[in-house]
Write a protein that binds this ligand. Structure first.
Ligand code: EPU
Length: 285
């Protein structure tokens, strides 16, 4: 698809955690058909496939990734097009860019995306959300490369989605989606954008992280729980529980995946012992 390919690409360059060993093959397709072609070829050779976008919710192990990592972020994949009250968005478009395109078109509902680092694909794959909204609140339909290598499209009603998990898109690779907004006064959109930006700036750390480490359990917020357990500031090597938000693990400089996973295990063990709460990781390993 006219894209680039490299061998042994260090993944710490492609994750917001700044952690991770090399990917055996690194591929950057530029077109939807190019992406599908690569997927069909890799499958025919039984090469394992992973797709990553902004790498903002990802912990890559120190030993790296065997097989191919596909990064659809340029060309077709970064497009954001407004059509009436909908946006047609490529899988690699940044959430921030979607929020600003919607604003310029006078469409509300996308303001929460302003405060979330990541591309559309990751947001759909995990049904990301913030400020009481989640990605699937706005999905009309999703185009993807199916397990047979063909490009297909499904409407919202046919896509099973949960809180922070959409199993459907584990082996099917999203290429674009149609999202719906609702017309709103510019001033109202701007106020919500500012609130979203402010929320992130004031309640979340700026250091290298993968966002929230754990899913919120039903009983209470994971961040609040970790805070109450007195675990802020706890560390393993260079991996530290943020002093600003308990659900963020920050790489304070040169942390390894091993250190992060050891810290995760310690937090899980303490939450289980002290509160009987099972914390499940939200970050993908
Ligand atoms: N709180 C504490 N101590 C902390 C952290 C939070 O007391 O260390 C309290 C806050 O004061 C607040 C409550 O807990 O009263 C909820 O905190 P917050 O508003 O930050 O929301 P959250 O449930 O902790 C969720 C998402 C975040 C998203 C925020 C903002 C999950 C796991 N987390 O956090 O998403 O940014 O809401 O809307 O659903 C992410 O997905 O990576 C992520 C960071």
């Amino acid at each position: 698809g006219g894209g680039a390919a490299r061998l042994y690409e260090p993944m710490n360059r492609h994750t917001t955690f700044l952690i991770g060993g090399p990917a055996q093959y690194w591929v950057e397709p530029r077109t939807v058909e190019g992406f599908a072609e690569i997927v069909r070829y890799l499958r025919s050779q039984s090469v394992p496939i992973r797709v990553i976008g902004r790498g903002s919710n990802l912990l890559v192990k120190d030993g790296g990734i065997r097989g191919a990592v596909i990064h659809p972020a340029k060309g077709d994949f970064e497009e954001v097009r407004v059509e009436g009250q909908t946006l047609i968005v490529g899988v690699g478009a940044r959430l921030k860019k979607i929020a600003s395109a919607a604003r310029n078109a006078g469409l509300g509902g996308f303001e929460w995306m302003e405060g979330v680092p990541g591309n559309l694909g990751g947001a759909i794959r995990m049904n990301a959300g913030a400020m009481g909204t989640e990605t699937f609140d706005q999905i009309v339909s999703v185009r993807f490369i199916d397990t047979d290598g063909q490009i297909k499209e499904k409407p919202l009603a046919e896509i099973v989605h949960h809180y922070r998990n959409v199993p459907e898109f584990e082996e099917r690779y999203i290429v674009s989606a149609v999202l719906k907004g609702s017309p709103a006064p510019q001033a109202e959109i701007d106020a919500k954008l500012a609130a979203s930006h402010q929320k992130r700036r004031t309640s979340q750390p700026v250091g290298a992280s993968a966002g929230c480490a754990f899913k919120n359990p039903e009983v209470c917020g994971a961040g609040k729980l970790i805070d109450e357990l007195g675990l802020k500031g706890r560390s393993v090597g260079a991996a530290i529980v943020s002093d600003i938000h308990g659900n963020f693990i920050v790489n304070s400089g040169g942390a390894t995946a091993r250190e992060v996973l050891d810290l995760v295990a310690e937090i899980q063990e303490i939450a289980q012992r002290e509160r009987g709460v099972q914390l499940e990781m939200e970050v993908k390993v």
